[in-house]
Design a protein around this ligand. Structure first.
Ligand code: 26W
Length: 827
């Protein structure tokens, strides 16, 4: 158990200043007196990096010396955001650094903002991985992350004057990255294509040769724990040509061919795929997945082999967490190594594999479940395809023994889906190859057990299928993004900040203060200043003036039909016309509201892009209407990022998490808003349910149909469709305004409107009236300011469960079976 009393770096302001100036001279080759803001950021970062490196070294030496069981978190995405502020907080150096930087004549906040986000992820899954790394280091757990070092992260989003999303590259490494260490000595060969020949010697081994060989080179990113010396590692792989370029082609006079081979190797880690929740089956994506799992496994096994233990002990020293199915190739890859290279027998190898891996599912949406075409897999990874067929054969034989003659069941459970082409079902492979499987919130885990993996529960028993409700790190998502609220909490709880930030249930101590009027005033004043901070940010970056004497209503997440930004924008339009129909006297009693949207659409997702276009054009009309603009404003903030979330979340009064019931696995921004005293408007879905359980149903605004009703409603739409004018006249009016051209050419929006008029798969029509009613309840509640602030305080007070420390401890204890490995004070 972690004890109070920070273990931080012992330095004073003059040490920091010396180190800063020294880096200006010797790393940047510049002079302190004419240094610009970017230079100041770089010098500060390099100086902090020196401290991180010392801790990182001690930590890694401790792990090597004591050889604990370790866990590895394999994730194709790590959405880290900025590092400097977080590193300073975790090291306990923030105040001293601020003083030093300001003595040197720089504004500290401006310096922090020079850093570009590390945006190696799409959304929830990638940000979860980043929060989990923070918690592992803070809990002193021996956990490394493994991912890819994409040269380009998630695209930058631009919004054209028509309201279209445009994508630009994100060259995040352009200004050098002080947070990574290139490891030119940590390299592995990775093979693609070629031929796999089974040896006819009765061992089951095969030889895989020929094809393309590329090099994986490691870059290490230091992950400091909060208030501990523990500094873990995130190892990211870069692909490189094995030789500068292919000499044979070059000598044959084929210069272009020689360069092409080298380009094809480099292409593997050049860019993050920007789609979330849709799998496209692209060859390069398959190569990314294999490149990364092969390099990571080779590295993990090399470390294990240094212990000089037989392979059968691998599960005593190694747990590997599969973040969704993206790294599932690690399962056949470990089988390949154990059989073809380590000479193990099939059953022994399978016994090891199924005790090393753990699989987390993050979505039940069918289009997001990964499948790879068998012909593609045979071409790119011929040996792995053989192994997958063998796994399937033994698996289906076992199913047949348990359920004799049940052919439908065999077809449903097979790793191979019949069709043209046949496809490998990665979720099935991840499931049968793992020790345990989990979902990310109670409802979601239950849906995993009763829908997509039901047959596997019947076959393997329920105890393999668990739940770990997601969490968020309170360091970044409260202390760092909302420093004033953090300070008020520390003062009020009369605890060292480090204590409650590491045991977030301590926030319950705020509950009695909800009754204290002076405390409520302080609480509300901080929310107000956070609104002003956001308004300032919007004014500086977009040149827009936002009023801050209004309720701030926020929906920020990837744009997707299931998340129903459409429901929100249709609600805004409904409100706009309701306002226009009021007399000035009626209007003056209405709650002022500023609605914010932000989020990216996958570049090929046309309906999502149309949703953005609609929001932007509705904003244009509403914000310019003199009759209503005092009461309703609407903004789409471009290029949503971790850093933008850090400004938006603390400023929110109400945030929307309004997915169709049963579709949002968990959600994690819902937790961030509530932790910062924002109330939640949402459906009975994902982690919203558990948030309501904690904070009490009277402190959240729920609406909409429940999960068990969804299937029947969809069926009704298809076979007993009632026209929208009859089922929901209020919605029909809104749709008519849009198609009638109230927000620019109505025809443009037809494909979007048709999704509602036709199958309405996400139940906009069914939930519209109850959504509008919920918005009205929010308005009414907000008019009673004191009561609202009480709700806000009670919400924050009851969010302890959602610390990622709690989630990570559940993984450590009930899944990985690992323990803290503290770094001794004097190593
Ligand atoms: C193959 C394309 C693809 C890419 C990414 C499919 C699916 C994904 C992710 C699994 C999508 C994702 O980020 N899921 C989100 O995971 C969060 C963390 O558990 C949850 O909070 C969100 O509810 C879930 O949508």
């Amino acid at each position: 158990v972690w004890k109070a009393g920070m273990r931080t770096v012992d330095k004073d302001v003059s040490d920091i200043t010396k180190s800063f100036v020294n880096h200006v001279h010797t790393s940047l080759a510049r002079q302190p007196y004419n240094l610009d803001g970017l230079g100041a950021y770089q010098a500060a970062a390099l100086s902090v990096r020196d401290d991180l490196l010392i801790n990182w070294n001690h930590t890694q030496n401790t792990y090597t010396r004591t050889a604990p069981k370790r866990a590895y978190y394999l994730s194709l995405e790590f959405l880290m955001g900025r590092t400097l502020d977080n590193a300073l907080l975790n090291l306990g150096l923030k105040d001293k650094f601020k003083e030093s930087v300001e003595l040197l004549g720089f504004n500290f906040e401006d310096t922090l903002e020079k850093e570009r986000d590390a945006a190696l992820g799409n959304g929830g899954l990638g940000r979860l991985a980043a929060c989990y790394l923070d918690s592992c280091a803070s809990q002193e757990l021996p956990v490394w992350g493994y991912g890819l070092r994409y040269e380009y992260g998630i695209f930058q989003q631009l919004i054209s004057s028509e309201g279209d999303q445009l994508e630009a590259p994100d060259p995040w490494l352009a200004n050098q990255n002080p947070w990574e260490l290139p490891r030119i000595d940590v390299v592995y060969d990775v093979r693609f294509y070629g031929h796999a020949e089974r040896l006819e010697d009765g061992t089951g081994r095969a030889l895989w040769h020929g094809g393309q060989e590329v090099l994986a080179m490691a870059y290490d990113v230091m992950i400091p724990g909060y208030g501990t010396q523990s500094t873990n590692n995130l190892r990211l792989w870069e692909s490189k040509p094995k030789r500068g370029f292919d000499l044979n082609s070059f000598n044959a006079g084929n210069y272009e061919g020689a360069v092409a081979a080298s380009n094809s190797a480099q292409a593997i880690t050049s860019v993050l795929y920007p789609n979330d929740h849709t799998s496209f089956g692209k060859e390069l994506r398959l190569k990314q997945q294999y490149f990364w799992t092969a390099a990571s496994l080779a590295d993990i096994l090399r470390r294990f082999k240094n212990l000089d233990k037989p392979m059968r002990y691998l599960p005593d020293y190694v747990a590997i967490q599969l973040n969704d199915t993206h790294p599932t190739l690690a399962i056949p890859e470990l089988m390949r190594i154990l059989i073809d290279e380590e000479d193990l027998r099939w059953d022994d190898a399978w016994g090891i594999v199924t005790n090393v891996f753990f699989y987390t599912n993050h979505t039940v949406l069918p289009e997001a479940l990964e499948k790879w075409a068998v012909p593609l897999m045979e071409f790119v990874l011929p040996r792995h395809m053989q192994i997958i067929y063998d796994i399937n054969l033994f698996f289906l034989q076992a199913v047949e023994r348990k359920f004799p003659g049940d052919r439908d069941r065999l077809a449903r459970m097979s790793l191979i889906e019949e069709g043209f082409p046949k496809q490998v079902r990665m979720a099935h492979l991840a499931c049968i190859g793992s020790r345990k499987v989990n979902g990310v919130a109670e409802l979601h885990s239950e849906l995993v057990r009763t829908t997509i993996l039901k047959d596997f529960v019947d076959f393997e028993g329920i105890s393999k299928f668990g739940n770990v409700t997601n969490g968020i790190t309170p360091r970044r998502w409260l202390d760092q993004c909302n420093p004033e609220l953090s300070a008020l909490i520390t003062k009020t709880l009369k605890l060292d900040k480090a204590v409650w930030l590491k045991d977030l249930t301590k926030l319950e101590g705020l509950l009695p203060f909800a009754e204290n009027k002076a405390f409520r005033a302080e609480w509300a004043a901080i929310k107000q200043r956070n609104k002003e901070r956001l308004a300032h940010y919007v004014q500086v970056t977009l040149g827009l003036i936002i009023r801050t004497d209004a309720m701030f209503d926020v929906q920020i997440k990837r744009i997707h039909e299931y998340k129903r930004q459409t429901l929100n924008i249709l609600g805004v339009i409904h409100r706009y016309y309701a306002l226009k129909n009021m007399t000035p006297a009626q209007r003056s009693k209405i709650n002022r509201r500023v609605v914010f949207f932000a989020g990216k659409a996958a570049p090929a997702y046309h309906i999502a892009k149309l949703t953005i276009r609609l929001i932007v054009n509705v904003a244009r009309v509403i914000n310019a209407d003199p009759e209503t603009k005092e009461f309703l404003q609407l903004y789409f903030l471009p290029d949503y990022s971790v850093s933008l979330a850090e400004v938006l979340i603390p400023a929110s009064d109400i945030s929307q998490h309004i997915s169709t019931a049963g579709t949002e696995a968990s959600g994690t921004s819902n937790m961030k808003f509530c932790l910062n005293g924002g109330l939640l408007l949402g459906t009975v879905d994902g982690a919203n349910i558990e948030i309501a359980e904690e904070v009490g149903e009277d402190n959240v605004f729920f609406f909409g149909h429940l999960t068990p009703a969804v299937e029947d409603l969809r069926y009704k739409h298809l076979y007993h469709g009632i026209p929208i004018d009859q089922q929901c006249p209020a919605l029909a009016d809104v749709l008519k305004k849009i198609s009638g051209g109230a927000f620019g050419d109505g025809g443009v929006y037809e494909p979007l409107l048709n999704t509602i008029r036709q199958s309405d798969y996400y139940l906009i029509t069914d939930d519209f009236d109850s959504y509008i009613a919920a918005l009205e309840m929010v308005d009414e509640a907000y008019l009673d300011k004191e009561e609202w602030i009480k709700k806000s305080i009670r919400t924050t007070a009851k969010m302890g469960k959602f610390s990622s420390d709690r989630a990570i401890n559940e993984y450590a204890e009930s899944y990985w079976n690992i323990e803290p490995c503290p770094v001794p004070a004097e190593p």
